[in-house]
Design a protein around this ligand. Structure first.
Ligand code: HEC
Ligand code: HEC
Length: 199
């Protein structure tokens, strides 16, 4: 289990005065061992169902980890992983990943769908997922360049009611699905996938 690796590493660090927080901050390589196997080097995932977490705001990551730990947010894996850590460690991870530069990868997207998705994004989503989903300053996460399968799973969790979302997002998402159907969400997925690299 990844958290066992961490505990062992902390014990090996040898000093009780050496807090978990400073251990994380001082040795990013330790994080490498615990998260990188799935989330890629410094949080830039090589896909496809594991999201990138590089560059997300500290609070976004902390809230996600807490929600996984409590079971409030559904997961295949993260619930078990999050249970191995304290709030202090979540804070240290949040700080670490917030400082990492997101490296995105080209994905095969459909140009027509992406174009339609761009319009839908502007109309329904840009207000909170600013700058085409690149910006995360209000806990909304980074959508630009995120892996398509991960985005698709996320929408399934949201629309089935499995995963909670902010009330205002729900009303926009419901609106979009009502007017455009599931194809509308698929278009948005293609749009985010197209948003790699610099603008
Ligand atoms: C065994 C693979 C694995 C490991 C190790 C792992 N993760 Fe994850 N992570 C996932 C998967 C898969 C998801 C998607 C949710 C799910 O199904 O569990 C995810 C989702 C997340 C998310 C949500 C991202 C978003 O866009 O909302 C965060 C934050 C996260 N992980 C942080 C971490 C941190 C921090 C670590 C290291 C302590 C870690 N993960 C270790 C596989 C992993
Ligand atoms: C009122 C603000 C708001 C609006 C409008 C909004 N969102 Fe969100 N969105 C959020 C917040 C906040 C989160 C983080 C929720 C959480 O994890 O608890 C989020 C999370 C997400 C996620 C999950 C990201 C991840 O890494 O797991 C996706 C995908 C998403 N939004 C897509 C959309 C789309 C598509 C629209 C437009 C139809 C939209 N959102 C509109 C605020 C908003």
């Amino acid at each position: 289990m990844p958290h066992k690796t961490l505990s062992t590493a902390l014990i090996l660090a040898g000093s009780l005065a050496f807090s978990a927080t400073s251990a994380f901050a001082a040795d990013p390589a330790m994080l490498g061992n615990t998260c990188a196997g799935c989330h890629g080097t410094n949080g830039s995932s090589v896909g496809p169902a594991t999201p990138s977490i590089a560059g997300v705001a500290k609070e976004t990551l902390v809230e996600a980890m807490k929600a996984y730990k409590s079971g409030e947010r559904p997961s295949t894996i993260m619930g078990r992983i999050a249970k191995g850590y304290t709030d202090e460690e979540f804070a240290a991870m949040g700080e670490f990943f917030a400082q990492q530069k997101l490296v995105t990868h080209k994905q095969e997207f459909d140009a027509a769908k992406s174009k339609a998705g761009a319009k839908l994004h502007d109309k329904y989503c840009e207000k909170c997922h600013e700058d085409g989903g690149r910006k995360d300053d209000d806990g909304s996460g980074i959508l630009a360049g995120q892996w398509m399968p991960y985005l698709t799973y996320s929408f399934e969790d949201f629309t089935s009611g499995n995963r909670e979302m902010p009330k205002k997002m729900k009303s926009k998402l419901d609106d979009l699905v009502k007017k455009e159907g599931a194809a509308g969400l698929d278009n948005v997925v293609h749009f985010y996938a197209s948003q790699t690299g610099e603008k």
